[in-house]
Design a protein around this ligand. Sequence first.
Ligand code: ZN
Ligand code: ZN
Length: 337
Amino acid sequence: MRPSFHPKLINDSFSDPGLFIPFLFEKRALLFDLGDLSKLSARDILKISHVFVTHTHMDHFIGFDALLRLLLGRDKEIYLFGPSDFIQKVEAKLSSYTWNLIENYENTLSIHAVEVKRDKMLRQRYSSRNRFNPDGAPQELLFAGNLLSEEHFSVNAVILDHKIDCIGLTLKENFSINIIKEGLKELGLEVGPWLRDFKKAIYEEADPARNFNVVWKNKNKIIQQKDFNFCDLKEKIAIISQGQKITYIADMIGSPENITKAVDLAQDSNILFIESAFLDKDKDMAQRKYHLTAKEAGLIARMSRVKELTPFHFSPRYFGQEKELIQEAMTAFQSGT
Ligand SMILES: [Zn+2]
Ligand SMILES: [Zn+2]
């Protein structure tokens, strides 16, 4: 089965953090952290609809300008999420440029900034039509862990302690539906737009006893149609599998409270990307700087029973010692030591 999301770290583990998550069958992507984007093509950057900034330390937020530069002059809505003070940070970025001519551009770029606090979110909109001035007072929304919910997936977050708030993120696919070609053949059915409605009915948990009408159209003219029992059809032509779960944890101190939150967030993930800034021998320094050690990262992966671990975001002091950091995280993940 092909997973619908193919996450990849944008840079090597000593460079700025950032996880690019393209959608398999759509020209769309999500981005976790907004560091240096120069390794991403313009084509890929233009696919991004939602950006989740864990915190606004420079290495996680410096890509804002590159993103804005590319989007300017295009019709686009982009959503940016970030922790406490995020609206103020976005406004500071936007107000550092002169926008006296953009309201006459043909296209409209809208930026929605969402600030995630302990129990609420504030959403503010900025439009190129209005020289990126804030669009009235921010809208207040409830926050109980969920940042974004769509038909096929959701993005959830937890607020971690990095001496400032830092958002831990998880992307969960609801479940995925694969169509069995032989099953279609046996029933004399052809692939067509009706499959989209069929999948939608599965996602919406339609009544299994209902009938499902398969309709083929050509230029809005019905060519053929056939009625099936929804449940029978589902059994014959669809394989439903558990969706992927991808967790991304950037900067946090390895305190007991943080570790509990991180383990809950990452529970049973297919893949966990987690910062592993320091070696265990330098644990004191990791604590002072509010970062994890590779060992702590590995133990979090083990406790949350993730299938795959990718340690990243190494301190530059270990340049040339990448193997040791990976080894330490993997040993903790596999054997708990
Ligand atoms: Zn940081
Ligand atoms: Zn960092």
